[in-house]
Design a protein around this ligand. Structure first.
Ligand code: SAH
Ligand code: SF4
Ligand code: F3S
Length: 482
């Protein structure tokens, strides 16, 4: 979820929160319905996990129903929205800086409205209106249906807040307006909220209770995307393995393995990915389903957080090192070609040097294809903030993080070099960053591959690519046949 789950690109990526926010519409493809013509326009910036990016597409859909069109130009927007993240302190600082920039725009163009959406809105609630006089609207993740109402109020000069957290809202009936899309890959939210109480994590407070979305609306959304030319969907939830939807008509319960199978059956040419898996909940049934379907990608994001059992206990992750290792072994046994990636926190409360070394050794042992790695950042109100002292000095946290990053780079490079000479089926996503004479796309294992274009191929096509070179983040190759 997480870009945690931050967008899963790059094989080794040390997350720099300052860069984590991404602006929709910064790239060429026009968002659906963007004609830049007359009428009112909204501009939206999203920070944080894929769930937030997916929510922005729901927000865009709701606003388009009331006549607002998306624009990629801040200067022409009547309504500026920022979909925020609270996961670490830096993420919140970045948003505060952006709000000051928006405030300047507001002063140049009176009448422009600014709204804060997402997790920071939920965490800080009306404090935003009181302390940050810069904002007109504050709307939490479960209140987006109220946007038209609140925006109408703001147009009349009323400042509005709705941070109600729901036990039912899944936006199942809303067809997302795809923003900044490459037309090939899309996110589908399958559940919301989180019932786990990892002691470091703010998500249960900002997103509320876990609830699963009607499986039929998920399948319909996947079918619709396939018919419109999309070739990959990523099913999103903070803990997809605890997906559970009960059909009110016949009381039948659908679990995650069954949902995966339903989506995989939409079409053999529609790839299915998912994120995030929780080590305590991932079942052999899910692993066998992945193994059975060629179009379910052989890639599992399985955050370990720490490789040490005492730290995992303080983190309230509800598994220990041995449990995690058993799950990794099960993955490699049932799906031998599977890649595994991770999230890791350095310098959690009370972490000793030998505990940290257990994390470094886990990177090596699990042979992660990549990891998202962070320094621990205390979040107000969480169990860790109440119970433990944030006692690892900042300098030590940074040193430990660097050691984990270095180990992951080494493992990723070794891992990628082992792919040289192999041929993979790649879904073409578009031009490579560096050259319009090269395509980029990913293999089933979620590794980014770059290769020279050949005639008649276009984004959305599958192609076989033979790996000829590798860095720790990318595989280079050429079009080939298996
Ligand atoms: N639901 C996902 C994670 C969502 S948050 C899961 O359980 O794996 C994405 C990642 O941010 C987490 O996996 C964790 O590594 C990191 N994170 C969460 N809270 C943090 C904090 N207080 N400080 C540093 N990193 C944190
Ligand atoms: Fe946070 Fe844990 Fe829930 Fe993930 S599973 S969102 S880390 S509380
Ligand atoms: Fe996601 Fe950040 Fe919220 S990681 S769930 S946007 S706190």
């Amino acid at each position: 979820m997480y870009d945690s789950n931050p967008t899963l690109t790059g094989l080794v990526k040390k997350i720099d929160e300052a860069k984590q926010g991404e602006v929709f519409f910064k790239e060429k493809p026009a968002p659906e319905g963007d004609d830049e013509g007359t009428g009112k326009h909204f501009y939206i910036e999203s920070y944080g996990c894929q769930m937030n990016f997916s929510d922005s597409e729901i927000v865009a859909s709701i606003l388009s129903e009331v006549g607002y069109r998306p624009t990629r130009h801040l200067e022409t927007a009547d309504l500026i929205l920022v979909n925020t993240c609270s996961i670490r302190e830096k993420a919140e600082e970045t948003v505060r800086q952006r709000l000051r920039v928006f405030d300047k725009m507001k002063r140049q163009r009176p009448g422009t409205m600014v709204g804060v959406l997402g997790c920071m809105a939920e965490r800080l609630k009306s404090k935003f209106l009181e302390e940050e006089k810069l904002v007109d609207l504050v709307i939490g993740p479960d209140a987006y249906r109220d946007l038209p109402n609140l925006v109408a109020g703001a147009e009349e000069g009323e400042r509005g807040v709705n941070v109600f957290l729901s036990r039912e809202e899944t936006y199942a009936d809303i067809s997302p307006l795809r923003l900044d899309s490459n037309g090939v890959t899309a996110f589908i939210s399958i559940m919301r909220g989180c019932d786990n109480m990892c002691s470091f994590c703010v998500v249960p407070f900002t997103r509320g209770r876990e609830r699963s979305r009607d499986c039929f609306s998920i399948v319909t959304e996947a079918q619709d995307l396939y018919e419109r030319g999309y070739r990959e969907v990523t099913l999103l939830g903070q803990n997809v393995d605890s997906y559970k939807w009960q059909n009110p008509e016949n009381e039948q319960v659908v679990n995650f393995a069954q949902l995966l199978e339903m989506v995989a059956k939409v079409h053999p040419d529609l790839r299915v990915r998912f994120s995030t898996s929780h080590p305590k909940d991932i079942t052999d049934e899910v692993l066998h389903t992945i193994a059975r379907y060629e179009n379910i990608c052989k890639y599992i994001h399985l955050p370990v957080q720490s490789g040490n059992s005492a730290v995992l206990d303080r983190m309230n992750r509800t598994y220990d090192r041995a449990w995690y290792m058993e799950r990794v072994q099960a993955i490699y046994r049932i799906i031998p070609e599977c890649a595994i990636s991770s999230d890791i926190i350095a310098g959690f409360c009370g972490e000793q040097e030998h505990e940290h070394q257990d994390t470094v050794s886990m990177v090596e042992w699990a042979n992660y294809s990549m990891s998202y790695m962070f320094c621990y950042s205390e979040r107000p109100g969480t169990m860790a903030a109440r119970k433990y002292e944030d006692d690892v000095p900042e300098e030590v946290k940074k040193c430990r993080l660097q050691e984990i990053v270095d180990k992951q780079s080494e493992v990723s490079l070794r891992n990628n070099k082992a792919d040289i000479g192999k041929t993979f089926k790649v879904l073409i996503e578009g031009d490579s960053k560096k050259s319009d004479r090269e395509f980029k796309g990913r293999n089933s294992q979620n590794k980014m591959m770059v290769f020279p274009k050949v005639n008649n191929l276009k984004p959305g096509n599958y192609v076989w690519v033979k790996v000829t070179g590798a860095t720790s983040a990318t595989l280079m190759g050429e079009v080939s046949f298996p």
